[in-house]
Ligand binder design. Structure first.
Ligand SMILES: [Ca+2]
Length: 355
């Protein structure tokens, strides 16, 4: 009987290892999909969705073409890594707009190559082409990560427009906004519309990333410039205020003047009170005249298939990390628990049968 139980236990352990191994393989495979073979020109480009892809062998000087649709307010990020078939290769990864104008990317002897783009809200939907491959030397394989980051302004699910017509309406509070980095997109201006009442003083404060120069301008409802403040140096916080002489609305225009990396994430605080309030950091938020609670977007701006990158906040990095843990360790733990339960049940049944 002891021999019988031992034999069964060995079988259960074997099955359990098989189960855990299978879960492990499935979760690894889920992280990287096989990239379909791309077209050989813009005209024959193959549509892909965001994801982490594994591309096949590429002949010397061969390029593959893909395309992807993105909405205004979404930043596209590409990352390619290449494995030469021989001693080396010249690799290429470029992003193009629908007119086949090159936006970002480069040619390089080895990877990785990255490309970024954040469009403005001139169109409802954008079509971007991706060209990837070799300009010299064959590749045995390559990886292509295509990710979209939601860069919607002031929690609005869209991009604050760069025209008065496409301004986003906001009230008092603290918001997060996004502008493209230099040569990394056409989202260079965000315009907000703020309802105001006669007798109030409207105050606003913009905090840019540490290496970016932003400006903050106020326009009246006749769209005439009232006042404009430009940061005197990179990273400087910009404040502006205006006394309201009639009921209506004020447009606040935030412009990326210069500097920055791939993306400019800024905070915008808006309130209606004395000018002094805005000079004290954070005072706007607590001011009793602020009519709405600060709106803080807590949702991760990353879609699946994304790895942590430079420019992530600590919270975003933690969330991305959690996502990875969910994908790898947790299925393995579940597999282990299932294995233990199966073992207990079989041992119990065998004992019952023999006893
Ligand atoms: Ca924007």
């Amino acid at each position: 009987m002891v021999k019988f139980i031992a034999k069964n236990l060995a079988m259960v352990i074997f099955l359990g290892i098989l189960l855990v191994g299978t879960i492990g393989i499935v979760s690894v495979a889920g992280a990287q999909e096989t990239l379909p073979k791309g077209g050989d020109s813009f005209a024959t480009a193959v549509k892909i969705e965001p994801g982490s892809y594994k591309g096949g062998a590429v002949e010397s000087v061969e390029k593959e073409y893909f395309y992807i649709n993105i909405k205004p307010g979404q930043q596209i990020k590409l990352k390619g890594t290449f494995i030469p078939a021989g001693y080396g290769a010249n690799c290429v990864l470029y992003l193009y707009d629908e007119n086949e104008t090159r936006l970002d990317g480069e040619e390089y002897t080895s990877g990785p190559i990255s490309a970024f783009w954040l469009p403005n809200s001139n169109r409802d939907l954008y079509k971007y082409y991706i060209k990837v491959g070799s300009t010299a030397g064959a590749l045995s394989s390559y990886s292509l990560d295509v990710s979209l980051r939601d860069c919607y302004d002031a929690g609005s699910e869209k991009d604050a427009g760069d025209t008065f017509d496409k301004a986003i309406e906001i009230k008092g509070g603290k918001y997060t906004g996004y502008l493209a980095g230099p040569y990394k997109g056409t989202d260079e201006i965000d315009i907000y519309k703020i309802p105001v009442k006669k007798g109030e003083t409207l105050i606003a404060k913009v905090t840019p990333p540490s290496n970016t120069v932003l400006s903050l301008g106020f326009y009246d409802d006749d769209r005439r410039l009232i006042s404009e403040e430009i940061a005197p140096n990179r990273g400087a916080i910009v404040s502006n205020s205006v006394e309201i002489t009639r009921d209506g609305e004020i447009f606040a225009k935030v412009v990326a003047e210069k500097g920055g990396e791939n993306l400019n994430v800024y905070s915008l605080e808006v309130g209606t009170e004395g000018v002094a309030a805005v000079k004290e950091l954070g005072a706007v938020k607590e001011d009793k005249a602020v009519r709405e609670k600060p709106k803080i977007e807590d949702k991760s701006p990353f879609k699946e298939g994304l790895l942590p990158e430079e420019g992530l906040t600590e919270k975003e990095a933690q969330e991305a990390e959690k996502g990875l843990v969910r994908g790898g360790i947790i299925p393995a733990i579940i597999g282990l628990v299932v294995l233990i339960i199966i073992a207990i049940v079989i041992v119990f049944l065998v004992r019952k049968k023999k006893g």
